[in-house]
Each structure stands twice: as C-alpha cells, then as structure tokens.
Design a protein around this ligand. Sequence first.
Ligand code: UDP
Length: 339
Amino acid sequence: MTTQMNRRVLVCGGAGFLGSNLCERLLGDGHEVLCADNFVTSDPRNIRHLTGHRRFKFIFHDILQPLDAEVDDIYNLACPASPVHYQADPVRTLITSVRGAHNMLRLAQRINARILQASTSEVYGDPAIHPQSEDYWGHVNPIGPRACYDEGKRCAETLFLDYHRQQGLRVMVARIFNTYGPRMQINDGRVVSNFIVQALSNGPITIYGDGSQTRSFCYVDDLIEGLLAFMDAPDEVTGPINLGNPHEVTVAELAKLIIELTGSRSRVVYRSLPHDDPTRRCPDIRLAKRYLHWRPQVSLNEGLKKTIDYFDRVLRDGAHTSAVDVIALRPVVASVSKT
Ligand code: UDP
C-alpha cells in the first residue's frame, strides 16, 4: 500500500518549465516520479540531472495518445503555454488541451488516481472585472488567435468537472497565473524570459504596446508549493482555484526593474501589441488561502534575481539542446511498477 509519504506520481509535461521543477520537488519529498513528455516545447536538459535518480523514470510520450501507468496521482501540465508557442500550431494546441486532458482523465479513472489539471488565467480572457476571482466566467474571444489555448483550457476544465460529477473522480483544477523562474526556455517568448535575455545581452528590450498592460508574476517555487497543497487538499476541494501572485505590475515597470537588476545598458523599444492581449491581469487568491492555506512567499525582486542568475548561467553555457540529450533519455519505461 502506498502511503501519503511515498506516492507514485505521473507528471505529464514533466520536462517543461513547471513540470521539471515539480518533478524535482516530488523526488525531494520522497515520491516516485514518472515523467512523460514529448519535448515539443520542453527541454531534455531540464530533467537530465534527475535521470540517474532511482525513484525517477521518464517516458517519451505525447498525451494525444492514451497512456498506461500505475500511479496514485497525476499532474496534467502537458501543453505549450507561451503565446508564441501555443499559436505556432493552434490546432494541435487545442486538441492537446482537450484530447490530452481526456486521455489523462480516462487513465485516472481506470486506475482510481487523483488528477490535477494545470488550467490558466487565460480562461478569463481580457477580463472585465478586477482582480479575477474564480466565479468570474471570463471574457474570451472564441475565434481569435489566443482562442486555441483559452478555449482548449476552458473545455478541459469542463471535462474535469464533468468527470468529477459523472464518475466521482477526484479532480483538481488550478488556474495558474503568469509564472516565471529557472528552466523557462530562452526562446520561450514570454515577457520575463524575453526581457532578462535581452537585458543580459544588452539588446533592445521589446515592450509590446505602450507597456501599460499589467500582469502579476509568481515565482516558480511558490507555484509548485501551491500545486502540492492542492493535490493534498480534502477530496471535496475540486476548484477551480487561482494560483498566482497578486502583486500587479505594468509591463513597463517590469522592464525597468529588470534593467536595474541586471545593470544592463539595454534601451527600450516599442513593438505592436499582439491581438487580444489582455489589458489587466491579477488573481484574487482568497480561495487558495482558505482551502489550500497557500500564499506566495517570494517577492518579485527576489524571484527575478534568481531567474537572472539562471539565465546568466545558461547564456554562458550555450543554450542549445543537443541530440545526445534526447537520445540519452529515449530508453524509457512504460509505467511505474505497482508496489
Ligand atoms: N510582452 C512584451 N514584450 C515581450 C513579450 C511579452 O511587452 O517581449 C507583453 C505581452 O504583450 C503581454 C505581457 O508582456 O502584455 C505578458 O506576455 P506573456 O507572453 O509573458 O504572457 P501572457 O500573460 O500574455 O500570456
């Protein structure tokens, strides 16, 4: 019998930014980890340091295909999350969000596992209320360029809650707001990684629009803590629950802060604002505080310093994934064995 202290955990998208940080933390907490990934937007180097670990297994897998595994808990983090990446192949993004979620739900039901869905603040679209609380239904353009992700994630939420109501499955839906930190890809395209990489190389900092749009940035360690707290919450806590840092800044303020912290000689340049770019975004985290006893601990200054150190190291080491990394990870297992 697996105890609470020693669980078998499947992390779909486990080689990604959030996934690899989650795998590392789960191993540190004594759990067995099965990491599934297809490396579409992730990087084998994110998990290379884990591959020798006796409680870590990797499977090269795309969640568009059904998966068989014997685990206690499932985290479904498998989907491109940066606008640049999720818009590169919008059909695949939408199908991954929906069919991928369905495949993982079917697995969870078959093996009676708990399953957590990484949903997103994008379900609120360009929000008309502020800050965004979970009872707000959102303001999403269903036919715009962001819809493949927004609507895909909204549909996945529906599937999760329907599996809960119809099948009694133990589900959790976490609405994740902008998160940053070590293991974001250098070419991720999101604002924090773009600005840091630009600042460290003294290149132009690209502000889209006039920089007055806001976001609220959560450091990755805080976010992971929130996911773990959610997985361990009482059965009736299904969510959706917002996970994010309610400290709201404008994109222009973020640029200024990153220039200061890096001591960069970069200048700011302005580029056109992407279509349907949300004007304001800030989570209401009262539910997370009440049900998960969670709140972020890391300030933006502190988190950015750690992230800048990370990118500084990556830029010095060279940023390219080698074929050897991928090949080294190919010998895989089909499942975590039943104990
Ligand atoms: N952004 C920017 N410059 C960049 C990348 C992004 O000004 O190089 C802006 C983008 O238009 C948005 C905000 O930063 O208003 C956050 O964008 P990101 O892609 O990080 O995530 P989003 O919250 O839009 O999903």
